[in-house]
Design a binder for this molecule. Sequence first.
Ligand code: G4P
Length: 196
Amino acid sequence: MNFLEERIVKDGVVKPGNVLKVDSFLNHQMDIALIEEIGREFKRRFSDKHITKVMTIEASGIGIAAFVAKEFGVPMVFAKKSKSINIDGDMYVAEVESFTHGNKNQVIVSKRFLLPGDHLLIIDDFLANGCALQGLISLAESAGATIEGLGIVIEKGFQLGGKVIRNLGYKLESLAIVDAMDAETGAITFRAQEER
Ligand code: G4P
């Protein structure tokens, strides 16, 4: 097990409905030493790429992406979830569907902060159905930016998002891939590195 998988086993809580609670260290209270290590690990995994900007989506991605951006020495930009229907022409807009919440959101990013010459590393905390990542990919494509890779902290391997994104041909690195969870026993099964 890597450092993140060990932490998930120690402090993660499996809830009914295939939900993994990691809010004591990742996406509510944050263990900053762990987030720093996550930043270093993504730097290591994408060290062969020329990255000019790290991109994520609010809310939980921001804290993680900030540490990744610091490792690369580049800015971080986050897409905003917008409820407004009056979006002016200064923004790129994409639709994001949430399976969990059963609704659709628009995500936006200013054209000033996403440029055709950007080489992006897209970061998020969870990958489930992949809707958030698809929205970020769509924003990047609208800008004509290059996606160098995508980094996820926890991928739910039994949901389709990871497969879809990898089939699109992107380099997708997930620090932990959960293949199964049991809410009764609390057992969590991770995908082995060699099976990825
Ligand atoms: P998707 O983007 O991969 O399609 O995710 P989906 O719509 O299925 O999930 C909606 C939200 O639920 C996302 O956060 C996602 O990160 C989160 N999520 C999905 N599965 C789990 C899980 O097992 N545990 C936890 N803790 N979160 C999960 P969001 O509401 O869009 O973002 P945020 O504002 O919280 O950052």
